[in-house]
Design a protein around this ligand. Structure first.
Ligand code: GLN
Length: 250
């Protein structure tokens, strides 16, 4: 089966709605690829994917099963901040209720308490995650390898000025084996809370880390349909991407 092929002739086991938050501003270093991976893996698992987008001023769609948030420049974060605040209680409710979410870099920061940018303004977060972020003059750039208990070795690419510190209300996604991660001092990367996976890793993350994609899918399907019976995903390209990423010196 090629990465483009669908599920053949078998009937769909159901529909899963994947919502990208603010893809107009918050979608750098390939983050859009996370939506494409979920789309394809849902098909491989026998489900019908529905990809939706939410941008500033849009109506928030009903029946969302998975939320994706990407990264962006500080300027993009400033553009979305008011709209994000207007959706804070909705998103908080969904997070507490167990909606699976993948939050990368810029939206990871803004799902926390605040991001104090390098140039001055403090962008308030929505406080879903017990984390805070401070911009620094040191830009953290490069390939990252993270050791995690849940997803094995997680690979990706980071590029951020904000340094994030975790509070007691969240767990780290893992510990950094290469690169920097949340900040330049504690060796932790990302955050885990309920069914949220938050991470600094772009690249995009999911093509190289199908275990995280399948966690989001399995959780969404179990919440909606009770049980998840996996299909037969084709992991050849994920394996190649991981091999390639692992060879990068930094
Ligand atoms: N603008 C934020 C920072 O520089 C987020 C960057 C990103 O999403 N890659 O820390």
């Amino acid at each position: 089966m090629t990465p483009d092929s669908g599920t053949g002739t078998s009937a769909s086991k159901g529909t899963i709605r994947v919502l990208q938050l603010y893809p107009r501003e918050m979608n750098i270093y390939g983050d859009w690829g996370n939506a494409l991976v979920l789309q394809q893996r849902l098909k491989w698992h026998g489900y019908t994917p529905e990809l939706l987008e939410y941008n500033v001023g849009d109506e928030f769609p009903e029946g969302v099963d998975i939320i994706l948030g990407g990264g962006g420049q500080d300027s993009g974060q400033l553009v979305i901040q008011d709209d994000l605040q207007s959706r804070a209680s909705l998103l908080k409710g969904m997070a507490e209720d167990g909606t699976p979410m993948l939050l990368i870099c810029g939206l990871y920061q803004l799902f926390g308490r605040f991001f104090k940018t390098r140039s001055g303004p403090v962008i308030p977060g929505i406080g879903v995650l017990d984390v805070e972020t401070h911009g620094t003059d040191e830009r953290l750039i490069g390939n990252v390898k993270v050791t995690t208990a849940e997803f094995g070795e997680v690979l990706g690419y980071e590029n951020h000025s904000g340094q994030t510190t975790l509070g007691p209300g969240v767990a780290p996604l893992g510990t950094v084996a290469k690169g920097t991660g949340n900040n330049s001092s504690d060796g932790q990367e990302g955050a885990r809370y309920r069914n949220i996976v938050a991470s600094y890793l772009h690249g995009s993350l999911l093509p190289k880390n199908p275990a995280i994609a399948d966690f989001l899918i399995r959780t969404a399907v179990e919440r909606k349909y009770g049980t998840f019976t996996p299909g037969e995903p084709d992991d050849r390209y994920a394996v190649l991407a991981r091999e390639h990423a692992a060879r990068r010196p930094r």
